[in-house]
Design a protein around this ligand. Structure first.
Ligand SMILES: NC(=O)c1ccc[n+]([C@@H]2O[C@H](COP(=O)([O-])OP(=O)(O)OC[C@H]3O[C@@H](n4cnc5c(N)ncnc54)[C@H](OP(=O)(O)O)[C@@H]3O)[C@@H](O)[C@H]2O)c1
Length: 334
């Protein structure tokens, strides 16, 4: 079988294609014949050694996968050879055969294309949980989605519209038509003064902001909240090229969020809230992905695919992601 190895920090040239023996599943594990795996910003951060608690080099990257179970280890119940499943191992998905915990897999409806299904694993659960379990957005509310044309952002925009919310979405101007098609009102984050543009559209403030940009954007996002609103910080894209320890921007964000939480406790924050979100496997992940797949099967939600490339072209996939050329998810097919 083939696997893609990230040999060290640097550019996409640090990826190697290796031929290895297929691994056998151990107790409580299943082996999946991978149909598609996703390419995500996490791998770009890993390439620069800036992803929180990433493994030591060399390792096989790949956050999520969709495929068919082709071997089952001892003690596995509820999953059988032939089942079509999705999983989010965080690393190790860029393989033609991958071993994962049987308890972590989620059934994938037969009618869903593997590329579309994999684009919804990490990004779909992230969007669904932030919207419905963290912000608890209600009909009639107004939300600000940063990066509304991106993988998470486009799903968030569509899910928020389905939930009856008004969506203002930041994106570069070339992607404004996509934001409109999803039901959002686009704001150009490169050309416009984003806070001023959002205030012009929503003078009373917004009820929720989904912020993957981090750095100064987080402060602006908090300042745009209406009374009782919530800002959810789920990434730090703007600090990718920072020098210094990867933890530094996260500590800065944690200090800010702690300050806002204290202000709220002291009754000085206009009941505004700020929190972090990090996607985790487990029963709530399974529940969220099942709901996302239900919406996709019903035709209410889809994930846009930027490019489909063969697994061996993982270096080209990362190059396209780093260049920002892609609009939608880049998928590796096996
Ligand atoms: N916390 C978690 O559990 C979790 C889970 C999944 C993803 N994430 C994070 O979510 C982020 C997005 O992931 P993704 O897979 O959706 O990436 P993606 O498809 O590359 O999308 C990122 C989007 O961000 C936009 N963008 C870049 N800089 C921006 C700025 N300064 N202001 C507003 N928008 C900006 C880009 O817009 P243009 O293309 O228009 O320039 C792009 O559409 C990443 O930082 C990732 O690490 C976090």
């Amino acid at each position: 079988m083939k696997e893609i190895v990230l040999t060290g920090a640097g550019g996409p040239e640090m990826l190697l294609v290796a031929e290895v023996e297929a691994p056998e599943p151990g107790r409580g594990e299943v082996r999946v014949r991978v149909e598609a795996s996703g390419v995500s910003f996490a791998e770009v951060q890993m390439l620069r050694r800036r992803y929180p608690m990433q493994p030591r080099f060399p390792f096989v990257p790949g956050y999520d996968l969709v495929g068919t179970v082709d071997a089952v280890g001892p003690g596995v119940t509820g999953v059988a050879v032939g089942d079509r499943v999705a999983a989010m191992p965080r690393t190790g998905a860029w393989r033609s055969r991958a071993v994962v915990r049987a308890s972590s897999v989620v059934p994938v409806p037969a009618e869903l294309d593997a590329g579309v299904a994999v684009a919804a694993v990490t990004n779909g659960v992230t969007a669904w949980q932030m919207l419905h379990q963290v912000a608890r957005v209600r009909p009639g509310q107004t939300v600000l989605v940063h990066g509304a044309s991106g993988g998470v952002g486009s799903l968030l925009t569509r899910l928020a519209v389905l939930a009856g919310a008004r969506v203002i979405g930041t994106a570069s101007s070339a992607k404004h038509d996509l934001v409109r098609e999803l039901g959002g009102e686009p704001v150009d984050y490169r050309a416009a003064d984003v806070p001023a543009a959002v205030r012009a559209l929503a003078p009373a403030g917004v009820d929720a902001v989904f912020d993957h940009v981090g750095g100064p954007s987080l402060v602006e996002s908090y300042s745009l909240l209406a009374d009782g609103g919530i800002v959810i910080s789920y990434g730090s894209a703007s600090t990718l090229r920072d020098e210094g320890h990867w933890l530094t921007p996260y500590l800065g964000a944690a200090r800010r969020v702690a300050g806002w939480q204290l202000a709220r406790l002291l009754g000085r924050g206009r009941r505004r809230r700020a929190t972090f979100y990090y996607v985790k496997p487990g029963p709530r992940f399974t529940q969220a992905l099942t709901e996302v797949y239900r919406l996709m099967s019903a035709g209410d939600l889809t994930a846009s695919i930027a490019t489909r490339l063969p697994l061996e072209k993982a270096d080209e996939a990362l190059r396209q992601l780093v260049d920002g050329r892609a609009s939608g998810k880049i998928v590796l097919e096996v």
